[in-house]
Write a protein that binds this ligand. Structure first.
Ligand code: S3P
Length: 172
């Protein structure tokens, strides 16, 4: 096992929890979206606007391969759409184990409303978009994950305690 991979919908706390986990286990942490933005020298929104979603998705696969292919053990948080490609799920399986941070639609909406940085949510009815996307994605996340951590009715501290337990019993 090389890497610990955090997956889940936008707003599920992948980056925040990944950073905390990184401090707890003294492992490097990489947020894939931030990594892509640094590599490209432009924001995700700009990449979508200038080159379209298909281009962004191919960048994701390229970067995933790079990050998970490296020998340096780390915690990686993926973009919300990354596990949707079969090719990416294969890379995930090879690269370590995945923890799905499962958020319910209403909570996701509360965390994401007013967000201007996620191109997929810049629509008239983001609540409906979130419900639709979650309906499609939750089964994919579940199928791709080695562990499912439901965030429902839990504080950040409670979620962290569960995450730490998973990582302690699965050292990399
Ligand atoms: C996306 C999620 C975003 C980012 C892009 C597309 C998605 O990442 O990769 O806006 O398809 O769900 P976060 O999950 O980190 O917000």
């Amino acid at each position: 096992m090389k890497h610990i991979i955090l997956i889940g919908f936008m707003g599920s706390g992948k980056s925040t929890l990944g950073k905390k986990l990184s401090g707890e286990f003294e492992l490097p942490f990489v947020d894939m979206d931030e990594y892509i933005e640094r590599k490209e020298g432009r924001t995700i929104s700009t990449i979508f606007a200038e080159d379209g979603e298909a281009y962004f998705r191919s960048l994701e696969t390229e970067v995933l391969e790079e990050l998970l292919g490296s020998d340096e053990k780390k915690i990686v948080s993926l973009g919300g759409g990354t596990p949707l490609r079969a090719e990416n799920r294969e890379l995930m399986k090879q690269g370590g184990y995945s923890i799905f941070l499962k958020v319910d639609p209403e909570e996701a909406y509360n965390r994401l409303k007013g967000d201007t940085h996620r191109p997929l949510l810049q629509v008239e009815n983001p609540r409906e978009r979130i419900c639709d996307l979650l309906g499609i994605r939750n089964p994919v996340y579940e199928g791709a994950a080695d562990y499912v951590l439901s965030e429902q009715k839990k504080s950040v501290d409670e979620i962290m305690t569960e995450l730490i337990k998973i990582v302690r019993s699965n050292p990399i």
